[in-house]
Design a protein around this ligand. Structure first.
Ligand code: NAG
Ligand code: NAG
Ligand code: NAG
Length: 281
C-alpha cells in the first residue's frame, strides 16, 4: 500500500498560498486597493510627466488625505518635449532616498476631491489649509537647486515658497558645469520647464524669464516662438484620474479567484490526490 507522508500536506498548502499570494502581489488587487494615474505637460518646453499611484482604502487617514507613507506604490516617468522617455522612477515612495535615508517624495492626495494637492509649497504638509500642500517627485532637494553639482536626476515639484503664485517645474539638476544630464535648454528661470496654472504664457514672458530657446523678441518683433502653449493659454495643472487598467486587471483577477487559474487547478488537484491516497489506500 502506498501512503503519502502527512508532511506533504503543509507543503501543498504552502504552494496553494504561494500561487494565490504571488498573483495578488503582481496585480496589486488587494482587499480594496485604488489606483490613480496623473498627467502633465509643461507650458514652455513641453516636457511631459505621467505616473500612477496605489493605496489600500484601509490605509486612508480619517481626513481623507493620502500621503507618501500611506502608498503601496508610486511610479513617475519623465518625457522629453519630443516624446522620448527620459527616465522612470519606480516605487518613488521608497527610493531614491536622501543622505538620511528618507525618500525624496512628498505627496498628498485628497480621496474625496480626487486631487493631488499642487498649489502649495513642495515640502509643506498642512492638514487644515489644504491649498498649502505641495509635492515633490523624482529625486533631489529643490532647496539645493542653486548649488550646481550638489545633486543629480530629475524632479517634478510645486512652488518653491509660500509667497509665489502656484506653479510646477521640471528640473534636470545642474552638474558642476551648470548643465543638466540631458543638456536641455532652460524653459523658465533656472528650470527645464514649468507651468503656471493661474497665469497666461504672455504674463510669464513679461517677467523676462522664459528661455531664449523657446521665445525671443527683438525690438518688439517675435523672432523665436517654439513655445509648448498658446500665448493666451494658462499653464496646465497636474491632472488625475482613476486607473482604468487597474479596474480591468482586478476584475479579471476576481473572476479567476485571485490566483491564476492553472496554478489554482494544479494546487487543488494535488491536495485532492493526497487526500484520496491517504483516505482510501
Ligand atoms: C528626442 O530628444 C532626446 C533627448 O534630447 C534625443 O536624445 C532624441 O534623439 C530625440 N529624438 C528624436 C526623434 O528627435
Ligand atoms: C549654476 O549654473 C547656472 C547655469 O549654468 C549659472 O547661471 C549659475 O551662475 C551657476 N551657479 C553658481 C553658484 O555657480
Ligand atoms: C528698434 O525699433 C525702433 C523703432 O521701431 C528703431 O528706431 C530702432 O533703431 C530699433 N533698434 C534696433 C536695435 O533694431
Amino acid at each position: 500500500m502506498v501512503s503519502i507522508p502527512k508532511t506533504i500536506w503543509p507543503a501543498a498548502l504552502l504552494f496553494l498560498c504561494w500561487t494565490g499570494g504571488s498573483a495578488g502581489a503582481e496585480n496589486h488587487c488587494g482587499a480594496d486597493t485604488q489606483e490613480y494615474e496623473f498627467f502633465w505637460r509643461g507650458q514652455f518646453a513641453g516636457f511631459v510627466v505621467k505616473g500612477s499611484f496605489l493605496f489600500d482604502a484601509a490605509d486612508v487617514p480619517a481626513n481623507g488625505i493620502v500621503r507618501e507613507e500611506n502608498l503601496l506604490k508610486l511610479d513617475v516617468s519623465f518625457y522629453a518635449p519630443n516624446g522620448t522617455l527620459l527616465r522612470t522612477y519606480e516605487d518613488n515612495h521608497k527610493n531614491p532616498t536622501d543622505d538620511e535615508g528618507k525618500p525624496y517624495l512628498n505627496f498628498a492626495f485628497d480621496v474625496h476631491a480626487e486631487e493631488i494637492f499642487q498649489d502649495g509649497t513642495w515640502n509643506v504638509d498642512d492638514n487644515e489649509l489644504k491649498y498649502r500642500n505641495g509635492f515633490m517627485m523624482g529625486e533631489g532637494k529643490p532647496s539645493q537647486r542653486k548649488e550646481n553639482g550638489s545633486q543629480e536626476g530629475l524632479a517634478f515639484w510645486s512652488r518653491p515658497s509660500d509667497d509665489k503664485t502656484p506653479h510646477l517645474h521640471v528640473d534636470d539638476w545642474n552638474n558642476q558645469e551648470g548643465v543638466g544630464q540631458y543638456e536641455f535648454p532652460i524653459g523658465f528661470s533656472s528650470h527645464e520647464d514649468a507651468s503656471f496654472h493661474y497665469q497666461t504664457t504672455t504674463q510669464r514672458i513679461a517677467t523676462g524669464k522664459v528661455g531664449e530657446a523657446y521665445y525671443q523678441e527683438n525690438n518688439g518683433t517675435v523672432v523665436v516662438n517654439k513655445l509648448a502653449s498658446d500665448l493666451d493659454a494658462f499653464g496646465q495643472p497636474l491632472r488625475v484620474r482613476a486607473s482604468y487598467d487597474h479596474a480591468m486587471e482586478c476584475m479579471k483577477a476576481l473572476s479567476s479567484g485571485g490566483a491564476s487559474a492553472p496554478a489554482m487547478a494544479l494546487s487543488l488537484g494535488l491536495l485532492w490526490m493526497i487526500s484520496f491516497y491517504n483516505a482510501f489506500l
